[in-house]
Structures are given as structure tokens and as C-alpha cells.
Design a protein around this ligand. Structure first.
Ligand code: PMP
Length: 372
């Protein structure tokens, strides 16, 4: 009965790796897939991920039960905080419905399925060009895909004029797919001023922003700066959707871990929206996998744990072999006595005395000294 099935073409991105694997040449280089590689070209697992996994494996209380349809509660909370900021009023007001999904793609798809069922407009504008899977994900979810101008090949920069014209001509209520940062494939992002103009246009036309955040941490080196575009749209009190992927920034590609957040006008709306997203997920894959989200939650929690009071950016800014920590004599004495860390009483530490293994011990000791 399947003899008439035609052969489908390889995926244009994943197909590059298929072709690469077939090539027997010793000088071959794969520049197709966006994935960390070691100097030898081998896949790389980040140290933080290995450490989190060890911690999880050693925890005998952990079981393999199904997790809820919406995923791990801790993971969802920490993901919303990562993209919206720890002090986001939208989070405090419980206006954000966050659902653990299957990486970035799954988050986009679940968001699109929800919009098809519950949003009054089914047109989505996506940048030209964009990640090749976007039009397919949205089309198959039942949305109608249109393009807005984004890249100008003559300047190899943003076609801001074209972008504003095309979004200006979009029908009221249309959904707009925006790359939160590090636009794929162009690597061209709007400036903060341009983002502000885009925001004003989107809000004035009641368009609905749908952010794809697959590269938080890759654009400016700061997780917070990379989330500025999204946070601008959340700060104005309006609605938006956000699809987060941990494939790239935690190197968790195959774990398929991501989150969909839907920012609503009130806590009541957010809880109703969440109840409907559950109805999208249940017949699709029932509930998400536990392992990848546990890794992310473990890592993000340890990042939360310290939050040592004060600004510590001087540790990175100061040059030379030493850091003048700003710790006072009493704090230094405390760290030596209680935490066995030795330094001069003026708070100077030799960075050369640290290793990646001992940094967490120092960070905990500084935290204890400062938080006393
Ligand atoms: N959006 C963009 C812009 C991407 O580049 C990618 C990964 N290439 C994704 C989403 C989704 O990837 P994943 O499903 O692996 O998280």
C-alpha cells in the first residue's frame, strides 16, 4: 500500500550533516550544523551539564515517574525568570503561563497550535530570510505564513525601512515572529532604538509578537542584554509569546528541552491559557521528558542560589594576575577561618591560584562572608 509514496528530499539543514557523514575525505569540514565542537571537531558536553548530571544520578530520591503535562514546575519558573528577568512584574503578577516543551521547535509548534485554536488572526509574519523550519512549523499548525523584509544584501545589514513598511502593512492582529537575538541565519539584529520603533509599531497595530529565543547568551555575552528585546515588549504590559531553546546555550540539543511562555494581561487569563495549552500537548506527546529539564533546573537553581549582594563585575574588569575583591579584613579573616581560603588581608586574590573546580568553593565562601 505504500509503494506509491514518493521519496522526500533531505531536510536542507540536517541534510548537510547526512552528506558530510557520507564523504570519506580526511579534510572534510562540517560548517552546516550549529553545535559546539571541540578543537578536534568532536561533540562537546559543557562542564556544568556534566556536573548537573552527576548530581542528578547520585540523587537516590529521583524517580522516573511521568511529570505533569506542563513539565517541571521549577524548570518553568526558572525559564521564565531567565528570559524575563528575576524582578519581572509579569512573573510576580502570575501573568505568565510557562510550559516545558520539546526544545525550541516544540515550543514554537505548541504556541502555534494554541494560536490556531484560540487567537482571532491566523496570519503570521516571519522575517525574510529566517530559520528554514519556521514556515513549515507554522504552516502545519494551521497558520498562514507571510514574510516581512529583514535583510538587505547590499548593506549586509538590517533592511529596517522594509521591515517597518511590511509590518506597517500587515493586517491588524497579525502574529509577528521575531528572533529575540542573534538572528538566524543573518546574524543581524535591530539596535535597541530600532527595537523600540518596532515595538511601538507592533503595539499601535495590535500585532502579536511571538519571540523565538534560541540563542540567549550568544549575542552580547550577557543573558540579560540578550533578553532586552523581549523584556521591552513585556514591560509595556502587552501580550506576547516566547519560545525558548536550551539546545545551543546549554549544548543540550538531543535532550530536547525548551519552554513556551505566554505573557497575558492577568493571572486569571494566564491560568485559562495554560489549561488550553495542556489540551494541545496531551494528545500530541502527553507530557515532556524529565532528564533535560532536570539538568537545566539544576544549573539555573545553582545560579540563583548565590546571588551574592553587590556588584562583582570588577572581577572580570580588573586586569593583571590579581583581583582586588573589595572584601574587608574581617571578611577575609572569616573566609580563612571558616572556609580555609587564604589571601592577603586587603582582600587581594591571585586568580592564578584558582581552578574551575575551586571557583564554586570560593564563590560560596565570598557569599557567606558578604551575607553575614
Ligand atoms: N529557532 C531558531 C532560530 C533556531 O536556529 C533553532 C535551532 N537551529 C531553533 C529555533 C530550534 O532548535 P531546537 O528545536 O533544537 O531547540
Amino acid at each position: 500500500v505504500f509503494s506509491n509514496v514518493a521519496r522526500a528530499p533531505e531536510d536542507p539543514i540536517l541534510g548537510v550533516t547526512v552528506a558530510y557523514n557520507k564523504d570519506p575525505s580526511p579534510v572534510k569540514i562540517n560548517l552546516g550544523v550549529g553545535a559546539y565542537r571541540t578543537e578536534e571537531g568532536k561533540p562537546l558536553v559543557l562542564d556544568v551539564v556534566r556536573r548537573a548530571e552527576l548530581q542528578l544520578v547520585n540523587d537516590q530520591t529521583r524517580v522516573k515517574e511521568y511529570i505533569p503535562i506542563v513539565g517541571l514546575a521549577d524548570f518553568n519558573k526558572l525559564s521564565a525568570k531567565l528570559i524575563l528577568g528575576g524582578d519581572s512584574p509579569a512573573i510576580k503578577e502570575n501573568r505568565v503561563a510557562t510550559i516545558q516543551c520539546l526544545s525550541g521547535t516544540g515550543s514554537l509548534r505548541v504556541g502555534a497550535e494554541f494560536l490556531t485554536k484560540h487567537y482571532h488572526q491566523n496570519v503570521i509574519y516571519i522575517p525574510k530570510p529566517t530559520w528554514g523550519n519556521h514556515p513549515k512549523v507554522f504552516n502545519l499548525a494551521g497558520l498562514s505564513v507571510e514574510y516581512f523584509r529583514y535583510y538587505d544584501p547590499t548593506t549586509r545589514g538590517l533592511d529596517f525601512q522594509g521591515l517597518i513598511e511590511d509590518l506597517g502593512a500587515a493586517p491588524s492582529g497579525a502574529i509577528v515572529l521575531l528572533h529575540a537575538c542573534a538572528h538566524n541565519p543573518t546574524g543581524v539584529d535591530p539596535t535597541p532604538e530600532q527595537w523600540e520603533q518596532i515595538r511601538q509599531l507592533i503595539r499601535s497595530k495590535s500585532l502579536l509578537p511571538f519571540f523565538d529565543s534560541a540563542y540567549q547568551g550568544f549575542a552580547s555575552g550577557s543573558l540579560d542584554t540578550d533578553a532586552q528585546s523581549v523584556r521591552m515588549f513585556v514591560a509595556d504590559g502587552g501580550e506576547c509569546l516566547i519560545a525558548q531553546s536550551y539546545a545551543k546555550n546549554m549544548g543540550l540539543y538531543g535532550e530536547r528541552v525548551g519552554a513556551l511562555s505566554i505573557v497575558c494581561k492577568s493571572a486569571d487569563v494566564a491560568s485559562k491559557v495554560e489549561s488550553q495549552v495542556k489540551l494541545v500537548v496531551r494528545p500530541m506527546y502527553s507530557s515532556p521528558p524529565i532528564h533535560g529539564a532536570s539538568i537545566v533546573a539544576t544549573i539555573l537553581k545553582s545560579r540563583e542560589r548565590n546571588r551574592t549582594p553587590g556588584d562583582w563585575s570588577h572581577i572580570i574588569k580588573q586586569i593583571g594576575m590579581f583581583t582586588f575583591t573589595g572584601l574587608n579584613t574581617e571578611q577575609v579573616a572569616f573566609m580563612t577561618k571558616e572556609h580555609h581560603i587564604y589571601m592577603t588581608s586587603d582582600g587581594r586574590i591571585s586568580m592564578a591560584g584558582l581552578s574551575s573546580k575551586t571557583v564554586p568553593h570560593l564563590a560560596d565562601a565570598i557569599h557567606a562572608a558578604v551575607a553575614r
